[in-house]
Design a protein around this ligand. Structure first.
Ligand code: SF4
Length: 87
């Protein structure tokens, strides 16, 4: 089975936004999700060397929630590259 960030123990929610007028009508502020795997930074730079994103950044949560919006895992996922090799 392919790894998914929503169910993975390496996923961390960091940096929740401030609750203000911009998200008052929503369930709450969104947060950023990052991969805490020890090889995440290395595989990110190897698979996506020209990406402008922060290394290890998976994506944002839905407002007020604690899981990433993405349904799968990023291309640079260390668990994917271990099992399937680099794409
Ligand atoms: S990128 Fe891979 S290892 Fe990291 S949280 Fe997502 S599924 Fe887990």
């Amino acid at each position: 089975m392919k790894p998914t960030c929503k169910e993975c123990s390496y996923m961390r929610v960091l940096g929740r936004a401030i609750h203000n007028g911009n998200n008052r009508g929503l369930k709450g502020p969104r947060a950023g999700c990052y991969c805490n795997h020890s090889r995440a930074i290395e595989t990110f730079y190897r698979v996506c060397p020209r990406s402008p994103r922060t290394a290890g950044f998976i994506g944002f949560t839905y407002p007020g929630e604690d899981t990433p919006q993405t349904k799968t895992a990023p291309r640079w996922c260390p668990l994917k590259t271990e099992k399937y090799g680099d794409e």
